[in-house]
Design a protein around this ligand. Sequence first.
Ligand code: ADP
Ligand code: MG
Length: 608
Amino acid sequence: MADIIKLLPDHVANQIAAGEVVQRPASVVKELLENAIDAGADTIKLIVKEGGKALIQVVDTGSGMSATDARLSFERHATSKIKSANDLFNLQTKGFRGEALASIAAIAHVDMQTRIADDELGTHLKIEGSKVIFQEPSATPIGTSISVKNIFFNIPARRNFLKSNQVELRHIIDEFHRVVLAHPDIEFHLFNNGSEIFNLPRTTFRKRIVGVFGSKMNERLVPLEEETEVITISGFICKPEFAKKSRGEQFFFANGRFIKSPYLHHAVANAFEGLIKPDSNPGYFLNLHVDPASIDINIHPTKTEVKFEDENTLYAILRSTVKHGLGQFNVLPSLDFERDQNLDTPYSYVQKEAVFPKVSVDSSFNPFEKGERITQDFKKSSVKGWETLYESLPTETLEGMQLESSSVEQGAIEAMDDLRIQNPPIFQLHRKYVVTSVKSGMLVIDQNRAHQRVLFERYLGAMTVEKGASQQLLFPVEIEITKNELATINEIYTSLVNIGFIFEETDSEKLVVKGVPSGIAENNTVELLHQIIAEYQSDELEGLSTQAELLAGILCKKLAIKNGDLLQPESQMALVSDLFSCKETLVSPFKKMIYITISRGDIEKKFM
Ligand code: ADP
Ligand code: MG
């Protein structure tokens, strides 16, 4: 038989290589952006149309190419970035395989204009399916502009395989995120179908993250910093309460390159264990700097999967760095670039002189008279507010009471003890926390969780101890209900009535409500009842077992003060005193920590 092996023509070989490098428009975006970065650009513009199917263009202010290089750049294995295999172990650039432009030109219509600083005229080059259509001198700015049109025009099977423009754009934006986050020192713009969707000036890593994900991201970030002999870690993790079910805000950058690493992801997730739900993912933006010789990037054509030399050690260091960061964030204020207005002195107070707090002692108080009166004051505290509460708490009695009430935890006793300051300073932070100073330092109270606890105990009491107060509705409200919903209402009827609902009649289709628990807005009645039914049926409140607990849980979740609600000083005080008259003060009904104490010692340590 005759010899049968033939070398493939270049354009066929290129198409095969393209299959590896270019899966979809987003892959082209990645390669072009990386080339612009390698060329030293300080501003990079990405322009896409129709999810990148019609056009992907990257305009950079980098070095540009000479006329010869411009032509050569489209040859396979043509690269300016490595010269020998040894260079692979000390890579400083994104690219090095010299395949991207050749692959892209094999499957699309490419138009390139480029000029180096030394030349007065640049080059204009057009290639379609690996075929050079023309190359001519042209007047063009220093740098490079490449546009890629009609991707996969010559491979219909692949073109048909592309998803909708929306989905392809999503992939492009993901790719864009990865690149811009790795390079906050470069200015980026992204235009989609003619409108600019990202405008990112050069800035710090933190501000770049916020620029990409929006201003609410700022308060979520916890900074990390760790330097060891094998790795330097820097960047941010997101606070546990912002962990999401979906993946998306997980970014590792190894020596400035976005990488995927399920193994290192596991290290981070492991450090979050116990702080987030098992099925949710922590967010992170972490820069890992290692010796370039200890990392192999050449194991996959798209270079997002890499191999580290000593992965086990990296795992351990990363895990403990994240754990450490999580431990610290409870006490470290976040370094906002915007001042929190809640911390500013209200305008009308600026000129006023500070009033010295008065100390008043209940002189009629008889310490041998048993502590009952005080206990009662505690129970009614929400009405009387904060000052009255603490005015009537002489030291001895409080201590006497502490010994009696074994149901109150030690931590709460201490906090309460500390609160015996006249007019303690109190303020709201980020519309989320109520902060107050106590003898031993300060308390930071989560307003939502604290109020959940207060309401939970109130409703629970109404169902089990004494009936809650009702408020008659001016006009009875009719609620349409299904058979299914009626069954639920019947099941929890007594509890609802105990909390304070008054029903006139219930039949198979409607429910007539004449009264609601006091404190509930009238116009909320319909929605609230539907929500109670839905929540009760969904059975999603973990840890609450009895019917009364479940109902109290549903109501307190719906009705508690939310994060973001602005609280007047009186309400802040009432909330704190209500909280500390609860049976349980440390954790919310859903087992979340209600407050943290930052001791004087902790604060002093920070200033050492
Ligand atoms: P690689 O990036 O792996 O070297 P590419 O095919 O992406 O391979 O690019 C080939 C060569 O073309 C690069 O090595 C570089 O010299 C040149 N090049 C590509 N894009 C640009 C650009 N935007 N500016 C300057 N030079 C570029
Ligand atoms: Mg490249």
